[in-house]
Write a new protein. Structure first.
Length: 384
C-alpha cells in the first residue's frame, strides 16, 4: 500500500512527466510535419501517406523523447517541492532523500519497459513499415501527385500536368497534357507536351521514376519570340522526383530486426544493439540523476538548477553518441559497448543521491573549563 506522501509525490511526478512529454512531443511533431510536407511538395513522399508517416516517425522518436521527458518531469516536480520548502519539512520529519525513489520507481519502471519494447521491436518495425508504404505507393501515378480530370502541379518540378483517365492501379494513363516553364537568360522558355497514352516506369535501381509517353506532340520556345518548334514523337520520357528512401548501412541497421542484429558480427550491428539498449537504461539513470539535481535553495534562481541538469544530460547524450561511433569504427570491442558511459553516469547519480542524505552536523562546542571569575560573574557577581 502506498503511503499518503507517496501518493502525493507520485501525483506531482505524473503531472511533471506528462507535461514534459506533451511539450516535447509538440516540438518534435512540428519539425517532423515541416520536413514531411516539404518532401511531399517536392514529390519525394506520397501525399496520401502523410499521417501514417508522421505516426511512424513519432513512434521512432519516442526512444529519445521519453528519457528526456522523464528527466525534465522529475526536475520540475521535485524542484517545486524544494522551492516551496516542502522538502525541508519532509526532511525535518525524518524522511531521507532516497525515499523519493519509491514513487519515482512507479513512473520510471513502466517507462523503462515501454521504451525497451519500442526501442527493440516497435521502432524498427515502424521504420520498415514506413519504407514499405512509400515503396508500394510510389508505384502509382496517384501517389506521384496526379489525379484524373484535374490540372495539378507537376510533382518535383515547376509546371502543370493534366491526365484524362488512368487505370485503378495508377500505373497507366490516357490523354496527358504537361506544361513547364524555365528561365532562359532574360526570357522564359515554355514547354508544352501532349500524349495519347503513357505509363509510370522506374529505373533499374528502383529509385528513379519517369513518365513514359507515347504518340504525342511537343511545342517549345521562348515567350515573346518567334522561335517555337513543334515536334511529334512516338515515345518521350519525363523524369519525376526520386523516391525518398534511405539505403545507407546505418539506416538499414536501424530498421533491422533484433534477431538479425544479434546473429551478425559487424561493428554496425553490434553498435545498433547497444544503442537500442541505451534507450531504456538512460530512462532509469536520468530519473535517479534528476532527484539530487532538483535540489535548490530557497533564494536561488528558479531555473538555475534546471540549466545545470540539462547540461549534464547533453554531456551524457554526447558521450553515448561518441561511444556508438567508436564501436561502429571498430575502435572499441563490442563487449565493452556503451557500458563505460552508463556505469560512471549511474555511479555519479547514486553518489549525489547518497550525498544529499547526509545533513550538515551541528558545530561541536568547546569543553574547556570556565574560569572562576566568569562563573561568579554569571552567578550574579558573588555575595552582596
Amino acid at each position: 500500500m502506498l503511503r499518503i506522501i507517496d501518493r502525493y509525490l507520485l501525483r506531482e511526478l505524473a503531472y511533471g512527466c506528462f507535461a514534459s512529454t506533451v511539450v516535447l512531443l509538440v516540438v518534435t511533431l512540428g519539425g517532423t510535419v515541416t520536413d514531411v510536407l516539404t518532401k511531399v511538395a517536392r514529390g519525394r513522399l506520397p501525399g496520401n501517406l502523410v499521417f501514417e508517416i508522421l505516426g511512424l516517425r513519432t513512434l521512432d522518436a519516442l526512444t529519445v523523447l521519453v528519457p528526456l521527458a522523464v528527466f525534465i518531469g522529475v526536475l520540475l516536480a521535485y524542484g517545486r517541492l524544494w522551492r516551496d520548502n516542502e522538502m525541508a519539512v519532509l526532511q525535518g520529519a525524518g524522511m531521507p532523500l532516497h525515499y523519493l525513489l519509491r514513487p519515482l520507481a512507479l513512473i520510471a519502471v513502466p517507462a523503462v519497459v515501454l521504451i525497451g519494447l519500442i526501442s527493440f521491436w516497435l521502432a524498427p518495425a515502424a521504420i520498415r513499415l514506413s519504407h514499405r508504404l512509400v515503396e508500394e505507393a510510389n508505384r502509382s501515378l496517384v501517389v506521384a501527385g496526379l489525379e484524373a480530370g484535374r490540372f495539378v502541379q507537376l510533382p518535383g518540378r515547376g509546371g502543370v500536368i493534366y491526365v484524362g483517365a488512368m487505370n485503378d492501379s495508377g500505373s497507366h494513363f490516357e490523354r496527358m497534357f504537361v506544361e513547364t516553364e524555365r528561365a532562359d537568360g532574360e526570357a522564359t522558355r515554355i514547354d508544352v507536351i501532349t500524349a495519347e497514352r503513357g505509363e509510370l516506369r522506374r529505373e533499374s535501381d528502383g529509385q528513379g521514376r519517369f513518365l513514359a509517353l507515347q504518340n504525342g506532340f511537343r511545342v517549345e520556345g521562348r515567350i515573346g519570340y518567334d522561335d517555337f518548334r513543334l515536334l511529334r514523337f512516338k515515345g518521350n520520357d519525363i523524369a519525376l522526383a526520386d523516391n525518398e528512401t534511405d539505403d545507407t548501412p546505418e539506416a538499414l541497421k536501424r530498421a533491422a530486426p533484433l534477431a538479425e542484429l544479434l546473429a551478425g558480427n559487424e561493428p554496425l550491428q553490434r553498435a545498433e544493439v547497444h544503442w537500442r539498449l541505451a534507450a531504456p537504461l538512460s530512462v532509469l539513470i536520468l530519473a535517479v540523476l534528476a532527484v539530487p539535481l532538483s535540489r535548490t535553495r530557497p533564494r536561488e534562481a528558479r531555473y538555475a538548477g534546471l540549466l545545470i541538469a540539462l547540461l549534464c544530460y547533453l554531456i551524457y547524450l554526447g558521450w553515448l553518441g561518441i561511444a556508438r561511433a567508436l564501436i561502429e569504427q571498430g575502435r572499441i570491442p563490442a563487449f565493452v559497448g556503451l557500458w563505460w558511459v552508463h556505469l560512471p553516469a549511474a555511479a555519479v547519480a547514486w553518489w549525489l543521491l547518497r550525498r544529499g542524505d547526509r545533513l550538515p552536523q551541528p558545530p561541536v562546542q568547546s569543553s574547556a573549563p570556565v574560569p572562576a571569575a566568569s562563573r561568579r560573574k554569571n552567578d550574579g557577581g558573588g555575595r552582596s
